[in-house]
Write a protein that binds this ligand. Structure first.
Ligand code: OOB
Length: 560
């Protein structure tokens, strides 16, 4: 059997916006873009760390541990199995897997063949999946049998009918009417034995071009439907390796994948890819719940993990009563949404780990606080760019740079920041400046030391009769109230003032709260009268996005 050929189509995937030639040369000359494609890098890691444990995952059958060498072989087997399906370089496969071993083996098997994984999040459902399958033109859809009580095979039945490009459904676990990933790997394994009975040589297989698109990530989707973010082998490998270096990750580290593996943060910041690149061990958590995470941290002596603020809050609260053994944890990365300073300070006290703030985006740019930063910087800022070649601008509504320290919109370009979404020319004309800066929509200011502070999002401002109320700022004040466990501020339509201010809160256990209490409390803290909420809505829990950030869009929809 001959392997798929890498065609020019793979290097210039239709709908991919490449960097202009002069920038490509600059990033190559400066050493950002270097080395082989991601699937081949795993071979190098297996050579370097062969017998060391690469992955630990709990499965219904017990704890599974794979060494680097075993992982590498499992990936080869699966890749050979995929060949039999007729997938070829440049094809897209929609991967909708939770944190289980198959996520990692399939990811690398696809990368090895230059087939492009589209990384959906476990919480996505029919509407998003159908949209992503259609937009990407996926030829296959990879799912678990069931996850958290949801039968993905039933969803797949609908998707194959709705999206005709989807020819294969690949299942981790019981396949039902579809194809089991395990069966594919078995076929691949036998195939490889025939091809190379000595078990040693690799079949001659064209490697993907490292400048080609490696993966399509899903945008946070704050406006409209999720968009696809094309990341190349070179830019994504840099993203992961440089992040690992910044976090001082070594082969002694144990990284817990607590957030969904398909999200950029636990995947590559430094996440799975960064950890494997230095010979560290990754531990896959099936759920980010405190019970599951604390058990794994204690059992596997986890040293580093990444969470969103809502999860950090949950862990800190739960640790208060559970008293878990987190003595191995040296670093808790927190990112994805604004972390309030108060919670940041409690993390080291309660969990014994240093806090690192990560202000990143699937589109590229990553900002980190550094291990050597004073605690105050790590607790009150969102850090600074990863790469010296990251260009950032803070601009006003006309795209003119604001003076240092003034709040404006963050624009960025650099060696791992995309120049356009996949197949989205109209949106790209709005989301990127003519000279290639990505307009993040985030409102930031620069501290005198050069760290960024996120002050909110362009649209996350409530216009209350002409006065601008920053939702982020008000949320921080609300969270300082002892009765409030979680808070989100949204606008509500109002005939008098246009938009009034609604505080949606989850109460701490055993607490009660009235609007007048909140108003008096905030006024006593010195807030302007126009900042104080007009409405208070108490809920049992706040709606979250698939990665666990507070879902403002859903809140506005629910209460408007
Ligand atoms: C991460 O990536 P996305 O693509 O899910 O979301 C990006 C957006 C940013 O534009 C910003 O609005 C918000 O999420 N955000 C933060 C933040 N980190 C992300 N807002 C305030 N403070 C932070 N620390 O969320 C992501 C990607 C890689 C690493 C970490 C997070």
């Amino acid at each position: 059997m001959t392997g798929p050929l890498v065609t020019d189509r793979a290097a210039t995937l239709d709908g991919f916006v490449p960097w202009p030639r002069e920038f490509a040369r600059r990033y190559t000359d400066a050493g950002y873009w270097t080395g082989g494609p991601l699937g081949e890098r795993l071979r190098g890691w297996a050579r370097a760390y062969g017998a060391a444990t690469a992955i630990v995952a709990d499965s219904p059958a017990g704890v599974v541990r794979l060494s680097y060498a075993e992982l590498d072989h499992a990936v080869d087997d699966l890749a050979a199995g995929l060949d039999g399906l007729g997938l070829s370089a440049g094809d897209r496969v929609l991967v909708h897997l939770p944190n289980r071993i198959e996520f990692v083996t399939l990811l690398f098997a696809l990368l090895r063949r230059g087939v492009i994984p589209v990384l959906a999040l476990p919480a996505h459902r029919r509407v998003e999946i159908e949209h992503l399958a259609r937009l990407s033109g996926a030829v296959a859809y990879a799912i678990p049998d069931t996850h958290e009580g949801f039968d993905h095979r039933a969803l797949a039945e609908e998707i194959v009918v709705a999206v005709p490009t989807v020819r294969h459904v690949l299942v981790a676990g019981q396949p039902g009417p579809f194809t089991a990933l395990a069966a594919l790997a078995d076929t691949g394994h036998r195939q490889r034995d025939v091809e190379r009975p000595d078990g040693d040589q690799r079949p001659a297989m064209a490697e993907p071009d490292p400048s080609a698109v490696a993966v399509l990530l899903i945008s946070g989707g704050t406006t409209g439907k999720p968009k696809l973010i094309p990341r190349t082998h070179w830019d994504y490998a840099y993203n992961a390796a440089a992040s690992a270096e910044l976090c001082r990750l070594t082969s002694d580290d144990v990284y817990l994948v607590a957030l969904p593996a398909a999200h950029n943060f636990p995947l590559a910041c430094p996440g799975i890819l960064g950890a494997l690149g230095v010979g560290a061990r990754i531990v896959l958590a099936r759920s980010p719940s405190p019970e599951t995470a604390f058990d794994l941290i204690a059992r596997e002596r986890v040293t580093v993990t990444a969470v969103v603020p809502a999860l950090a809050r949950l862990w800190v609260t739960a640790a208060g009563w559970e008293g878990p053994d987190t003595t191995s944890l040296r670093l808790l990365q927190v990112g994805g949404a604004r972390l309030d300073a108060e919670l940041a300070r409690r993390i080291p006290q309660v969990l014994g780990a240093a806090v690192q703030q990560v202000f990143g985006m699937a589109e590229g740019l990553l900002n980190y606080t550094r291990p050597d930063d004073p605690a105050e910087v790590a607790h009150t800022t969102q850090g600074r760019p990863l790469a010296a070649a990251d260009e950032i601008r803070v601009v006003d509504g006309d795209g003119v740079d604001v003076p240092a320290g003034v709040v404006g919109e963050l624009w960025t370009r650099g060696p791992y920041t995309i120049r356009g979404y996949y197949l989205a020319p109209e949106h790209n004309a709005l989301a990127f400046s003519p000279d290639g800066f990505y307009r993040t929509g985030d409102l930031v200011r620069l501290t005198p030391e050069g760290n960024l502070v996120v002050e909110g999002r362009i649209k996350d401002v409530i216009n209350r009769g002409g006065e601008n109320v920053s939702a982020t700022e008000l949320e921080e004040h609300l969270l300082a109230h002892r009765a409030i466990a979680h808070a989100a501020v949204v606008g509500a339509a109002d005939e008098q003032v246009g938009e009034s201010v609604r505080a949606v809160v989850v109460l701490a256990p055993g607490e009660t709260l009235k609007l007048t209490d909140v108003r008096n409390y905030l006024l006593a803290r010195g807030l302007a009268r126009f900042m104080v909420p007009d409405l208070l809505t108490i809920v049992d829990e706040l709606p979250l996005t698939p990665v666990g950030k507070i879902d403002k869009r859903e809140l506005r929809r629910r209460f408007d």
